[in-house]
Design a protein around this ligand. Structure first.
Ligand SMILES: [Zn+2]
Length: 196
C-alpha cells in the first residue's frame, strides 16, 4: 500500500470508534468516489483545527475571543449552567429551552488524571460568580462518581459566592453520560432541577 494511503488510514483512526478496518474503508471510499468532498473535508478540518479556540468567558469552542452565547444580549445573565464538555452544552442547547449562560469545565475533577481546580478553570468561574450577576448555578456535570464529586465541589464554590446551586433532577441514569441521554429525558431533568 502506498505511503500516502497508509498515512491517511492511520490519521483517520484518531476518530472515536474508528478502527483499522473502518479507517481503510473510509480512505478507499474518499479516493474512489468522493475526491471533491474529501478535499472539502480536509479544508474544513484544517480551518477548524487552526481557528477554533475556547471562549475566554465560558471556555466553550469559539473562533472569537468571546463566543456567541456569552456575547448575546438576549440570554439570561442571572443563570449559569456548568457542564463538563462542549458536547454536553450542545446537547442542552438542542434538547431544552435553556436561555441562560454556560461555563465549560473541559473535564471533571480527577486527581489521578491530573485534573484539579486549575485545569477546570475554576479560578475563572470564581471570578465570574464574583461579578455578582449570577443568581443560580445549574450544575449539569455527569452523574458519574467523578461528576458527582465535581458537583459537590462546585456547589461549595457557588454557596461561598452567595449563588444558589441546583442539580439536574432524576431521569439521567446513574453512570450515564448526558450526551447519550435522549432529548426528552434531558429536557425533563433540566426542567425539574433541584436545589443542592
Ligand atoms: Zn462563551
Amino acid at each position: 500500500m502506498s505511503k500516502l494511503l497508509t498515512d491517511l488510514i492511520e490519521a483517520l483512526r484518531c476518530l472515536p470508534g474508528v478502527g483499522g478496518k473502518s479507517a481503510q474503508r473510509m480512505a478507499f471510499h474518499l479516493l474512489e468516489r468522493e475526491r471533491e468532498r474529501g478535499l472539502r473535508l480536509a479544508s474544513a478540518l484544517e480551518q477548524a483545527m487552526q481557528r477554533i479556540g475556547n471562549c475566554t468567558r465560558c471556555r466553550n469552542f469559539s473562533e472569537e475571543p468571546v463566543c456567541s452565547i456569552c456575547a448575546s444580549s438576549s440570554r439570561d445573565r442571572h443563570v449559569l449552567c456548568v457542564v463538563e464538555s462542549p458536547t454536553e452544552l450542545a446537547a442542552i442547547e438542542q434538547a431544552t429551552g435553556y436561555r441562560g449562560q454556560y461555563f465549560v469545565l473541559l473535564g471533571r475533577l480527577s486527581p489521578l488524571d491530573g485534573l484539579g481546580p486549575e485545569e477546570l478553570g475554576l479560578g475563572l468561574l470564581t471570578e465570574r460568580l464574583a461579578e455578582g450577576e449570577i443568581e443560580e448555578m445549574i450544575i449539569a456535570t455527569n452523574p458519574t462518581v467523578e461528576g458527582e464529586a465535581t458537583a459537590h465541589y462546585l456547589a461549595q464554590l457557588a454557596r461561598a459566592a452567595g449563588v444558589k446551586p441546583t442539580r439536574l433532577a432524576h431521569g439521567v441514569p446513574l453512570g450515564g453520560e448526558l450526551e447519550y441521554v435522549d432529548r426528552g429525558t434531558l429536557a425533563h431533568a433540566f426542567g425539574s432541577r433541584q436545589s443542592l
